[in-house]
Write a protein that binds this ligand. Structure first.
Ligand code: CO
Length: 406
């Protein structure tokens, strides 16, 4: 029963719209009314073997113009997406030597070093082994690199779009290593990609035996070429660069191999001149995606504050939201099912009264770690390194409803 005049009017409108639609159907059946040419009731297009999104949907990755195509990155439009899965075609990219063209029939994985039975696997061999599917995020450790200095990037995509979340399918690396027999001196693995720069990283054996995955599928489909087709290493919660794409070699070693990408790059220089190395885990982060920079609140009244949170150390336990620049905080609702080391969607209903407001979010993960402010981060680590910025991101809402990073 409608309780107010407004609701009564609204339900009457709905009822009238429904009857009009039913009337239209009847007319169509009896053939007395011709469909409008080109409209929804015109004869539709044919089916196709592989579908594209609607031509009215234009969301894309952001690609900076400053890098060569081979050393490119692209950023996921986090503020345009729903739920927790990033569509494969919008997953962020970071390449150092372009995207290789690999025929899976010819692709092999060599596993050797400190193992009893060195073995070469074809893709068919790998797909016969026991498999799992898990929802996990991948994030470049350079994500948030613009946020060391206020006010940071102007949009959610520019600030934190080097992160995406997919359902990945593959063989647990542990299954392969146990089958081949790791020798007692085997403390690390060396993983190498088949791309032109031979991307390579060293990973502790504990991680390899924990949740490392030899992944061949993403969101129910084969990996996209840009995501390592036909095989990548997935190291949930570890910085993106270690998730070696186009994987073709794993060598079990007794120490890290000190590759280019773990010495000259992907180390974090501290204020005292020393550097942190092998900083693998990505700390808890959250980001309000709506309303966020570049958007505009259409009208006074109800606004659902929406965002994403993730932690490389496990489950997101709590996300708090502030609308007064961090003076007071309210608990957002976390949308289940919750996956560890995965995007977690949060929501908080809000009433916007037309005054200026500063929105912030902060996440706590299952280890009890609380996402820091940028000042706390700088106090701990200085400003010499671009990597691992997981600080709280603020958005300012102006009186006209426009949202910016001001
Ligand atoms: Co690192």
């Amino acid at each position: 029963m409608p309780e107010t005049k407004d609701e009564e009017r609204s339900s009457r409108r709905t009822f009238m719209a429904l009857t009009a639609a039913i009337g239209g159907l009847a007319a169509c059946e009896s053939g007395t009314e011709a469909p409008v040419a080109g409209g929804p009731r015109h004869l539709g297009s044919t089916i196709s073997p592989y579908s594209e999104r609607s031509k009215y949907e234009t969301t894309t990755r952001f690609m900076p113009a400053t890098k060569t195509p081979e050393q490119a990155s692209s950023r996921t439009p986090l503020q345009e997406l729903q739920g927790i899965i990033t569509p494969s075609g919008l997953h962020f990219e970071r390449h150092h030597a372009g995207i290789p063209d690999i025929d899976p029939v010819n692709h092999e994985l060599l596993v050797h070093g400190l193992v009893d039975r060195p073995t070469i696997f074809t893709m068919d061999d790998l797909k016969r082994l026991p498999s799992v599917s898990v929802v996990r995020f991948v994030e470049c450790s350079g994500n948030g690199g613009s946020e060391w200095t206020a006010p940071g990037s102007t949009t959610a995509q520019l600030a934190h779009g080097l992160a995406s979340c997919s359902e990945w399918t593959g063989v647990p690396l542990r299954v392969v290593l146990e089958e081949l027999g790791v020798q007692p001196e085997g403390r690390w693995i060396y993983a190498e990609g088949a791309d032109a720069c031979l991307m390579a990283r060293s990973v502790p054996i504990e991680k390899a035996m924990d949740d490392a995955l030899l992944a061949y599928a993403q969101n129910g489909d084969a990996l996209r070429p840009a995501q390592g087709y036909p095989l990548r290493l997935l190291l949930p919660g570890y910085e993106g660069n270690t998730n070696v794409k186009w994987l073709h070699v794993i060598k079990v070693t007794d120490q890290p191999m000190m590759t280019r990408d773990e010495t000259s790059k992907y180390t974090d220089l501290l204020p005292d001149g020393k550097a942190r190395q092998f900083t693998f885990d990505l700390d808890a982060k959250s980001l309000i995606t709506s309303p966020s920079g570049g958007q505009k609140i259409a009208d006074l009244g109800f606004v659902e504050i929406r965002g994403l949170a993730w932690s490389g150390r496990g489950l997101i336990e709590r996300v708090e939201v502030s609308v007064d620049g961090g003076e007071t905080w309210a608990d957002a609702e976390l949308e289940g099912p919750l996956h560890p080391k995965a995007f977690t969607r949060f929501r908080l209903p809000w009433h916007w009264d037309g005054s200026t407001a500063v929105l912030l979010s902060r996440a706590t993960d299952e280890t009890g770690y609380l996402q820091p402010t940028v000042d706390q981060l700088i106090e701990a680590r200085g400003k010499n390194s671009n990597y691992h910025n997981n600080s709280q991101k603020s958005w300012t809402i102006a009186a006209d409803g426009s949202v910016s990073n001001a």
